[in-house]
Ligand binder design. Structure first.
Ligand code: SF4
Length: 165
């Protein structure tokens, strides 16, 4: 079964050094206190993201994007993995922003980048040195949070993370 997503957007900061086509998947069950994206809690919000529709979006932005980013969707692993396979078949990198602490290996093995950890207002997002959230290169397993903290142009990752997943 397909999950629903909001209208995709192009984002520049959520995956450092990549131009990402971002799909915000609805149906988040993490329930972070202080979530500013509660519209993502209702799985009926947005439109179904069929593989055909997903492919259409990728082809529309082919040559302009380098990465596909999902805000959520890990609660439907089979559906998400299908999309990740499609993205990779177009030579694109893949990233998932999850509010969970751990993500199924079947998913993480298909990712170039993974952000884990729920939103905790007192600790802040990836641009906070105290953050509980972790952004990792899934090939080297290196933690890349420092890229969010030191980038002078990076001003909104906490807000972005609070927008989704
Ligand atoms: S902050 Fe993200 S992971 Fe947490 S409840 Fe909101 S949408 Fe879900």
């Amino acid at each position: 079964m397909d999950f629903n997503c909001l209208h995709p957007t192009i984002v520049f900061q959520e995956v450092p050094q990549e131009i990402s086509l971002c799909f915000s998947i609805t149906g988040c069950r993490v329930g972070c206190k202080g979530c500013h994206s509660t519209e993502l809690w209702d799985p009926k919000q947005g439109e179904p993201l069929s593989n055909q529709r997903f492919t259409h979006w990728i082809e529309r932005y082919q040559g302009l994007i380098s990465c596909v980013l999902f805000f959520g969707g890990e609660w439907q692993p089979k559906t998400l993995i299908e999309k990740l396979h499609i993205a990779k078949s177009y030579g694109l990198k893949t990233c998932l922003y999850s509010g969970e602490q751990h993500v199924d290996m079947a998913i993480s093995s298909q990712l170039d980048f993974l952000k884990t950890g729920r939103w905790v207002p007192e600790l802040g997002g990836l641009d906070s040195p105290r953050s509980n959230q972790v952004f990792r290169d899934m090939h080297t397993l290196e933690k890349l949070n420092h890229l969010f903290i030191t980038s002078p142009s990076h001003t909104s990752i906490a807000g972005a993370d609070n927008v989704a997943a």
